[in-house]
Ligand binder design. Structure first.
Ligand code: NDP
Length: 435
């Protein structure tokens, strides 16, 4: 703690893991006194660098770039890049730390890492985004590689940015390798990668509901965010018969009582991915919907909540309101969207609650499958990747139940995910000695 006093998000993420993993270590002789958690909370390497670039007016802009190479015990560092003005060491360390456990849960051979920049893509032209990505990669390229560290997207980094980053890496290294995931289909991308995190979150929710003999069909779902994860969570939930009634962005949320069906979602995808507009523009096309400026959707009555925007977007008060309104399942699509206090409220009420590191692991899982396809120089079909994604999410759910089921039968998915994620990494670290 003394080393990380200015890193509240990182401390929050570590605290949540420590609460469940320390008692497990104490009870298991094999892991005791090996300083495993102490080693795991210290990144193997933290890179911080200057990113100077020229904007459209010919003016020099300077941003800060980061890559946190957190843990490589079970595979190359793997995790997304985030471009958002709020990016700092604390946020990237929390994301990198969670990524270690998440990647372990996927059963694929991937270590954990995270990176990004305080660059704000909002309001920038395609040319400026490209210039920035090229400048960012001009330093990052010397630290990454298909067998070393394989970044992907996250907030503010989608297909467009990954394409620009990949182009610059290829130019500098003079090699075509699977060094980034989330690539375009014409240059090594995997089918289902764009959909994977959102779809995986819904597959995980289905599994949780099944433990109570329920299904997602006919349920009212709140989704927050309107980016990559939110869009595909909405798509899959709707395909499976649920009614998604909210989506949001940093300006507020829309509430459509009739449900955001496939047509309406197509409008949102065009608005967000192509026009890069704001969510309230939904009302121009669908005037019966409502827009709530600067608010979050958690006061709307629902069965299931899927926070898919960003960290700490759902607090204790929101959690109490959700429960009061009858919500019985919260499945995180974003990373750490619920505060520690909110999680305590969900667990005290014994509702179904899954932490992002379990329920949003579908994205990195298909990234792992993209790496495999790149190594094979081969593309798997849509069905094959979706089936594998489904299997992985089922397996993650089952291992959470194995480690998280309490004596009274309640499944503590936080405990389950943390312990299951810890065991594989800890075993690998023990096997490799004090490194
Ligand atoms: P996108 O950039 O595609 O979308 C992010 C969405 O969240 C946007 O609607 C954005 O609104 C909103 N948002 C971002 N920051 C804030 C904020 N501070 N306050 C309110 N709203 C905000 O990102 P993704 O969909 O890829 O990521 C969403 C979450 O899912 C993140 O927590 C990410 O770490 C996590 N995640 C993503 C994975 C992936 O494969 N993409 C994999 C696993 C986890 P606005 O446009 O107004 O900023």
């Amino acid at each position: 703690k003394l080393r990380n006093t200015n890193e509240p998000e990182f401390l929050q993420a570590v605290h949540e893991v420590a609460e469940t993993v320390i008692p497990f270590i104490e009870d298991n002789h094999k892991y005791k006194d090996k300083m495993l958690l102490e080693r795991m909370v210290e990144p193997e390497r933290t890179l911080m660098f200057r990113v100077p670039w020229l904007d459209d007016k010919g003016k020099i802009q300077v941003n800060r770039g980061y890559r946190i190479e957190f843990n490589s015990a079970i595979g190359p560092y793997k995790g997304g890049l985030r471009f958002h003005p709020s990016v700092n060491i604390s946020i990237l360390k929390f994301l990198g730390f969670e990524q270690v456990f998440k990647n372990s849960l996927t059963t694929l051979p991937m270590g954990g890492g995270k990176g990004g920049s305080d660059f704000n893509p909002k309001g920038k032209s395609d040319n400026e985004v490209m210039k920035f990505c090229q400048a960012f990669m001009s330093e990052l390229f010397r630290h990454i590689g298909e067998n070393t560290d394989v970044p992907a997207g996250d907030i503010g980094v989608g297909g467009r940015e990954i394409g620009f980053l990949f182009g610059q890496y290829k130019k500098l290294r003079n090699e075509f390798t699977g060094v980034l995931t989330g690539k375009g289909m014409s240059f090594g991308g995997s089918l289902i990668r764009p959909e994977a995190t959102g779809y995986g979150t819904v597959y995980f929710a289905e599994n949780m509901l099944k433990t109570q003999n329920k299904s997602i069909k006919g349920k009212i779902v709140l989704v927050s965010g309107s980016g990559n994860v939110a869009q595909y969570a909405c798509e899959k939930a709707t395909q499976l018969g649920a009614k998604v009634v909210t989506m949001s962005d940093s300006s507020g949320y829309i509430y459509d009582e009739d449900g955001i069906d496939a047509h309406k979602l197509a409008f949102i995808m065009e608005l967000k991915n192509v026009k890069r507009g704001r969510i309230d523009e939904y009302l121009k096309k669908y005037p019966t919907a409502k827009f709530y400026k600067d608010e979050k959707p958690w006061t709307i009555k629902c069965d299931i909540a899927m926070p898919c925007a960003t960290q700490n977007e759902l607090n204790e008060e929101n959690a109490k309101t959700l429960i009061k309104n009858g919500c019985f399942c919260v499945c995180e699509g974003a990373n750490m969207p619920s505060t520690a206090e909110a999680i305590r409220v969900f667990q005290a009420a014994k509702i179904l609650f899954s932490p992002g590191k379990a329920s949003n692991a579908g994205g990195v899982s298909v990234s792992g499958l993209e790496m495999s396809q790149n190594s094979l120089r081969y593309n798997w079909t849509n069905d094959k990747v979706d089936t594998k994604l489904h299997e992985i999410m089922n397996d993650i759910h089952d291992v959470c139940v194995t480690y998280g089921k309490d004596e009274d039968g309640y499944v503590d998915y936080v405990k389950g995910a943390n312990i299951a994620g810890f065991v594989k990494v800890a075993d690998a670290m023990l096997g490799q000695g004090v490194v």
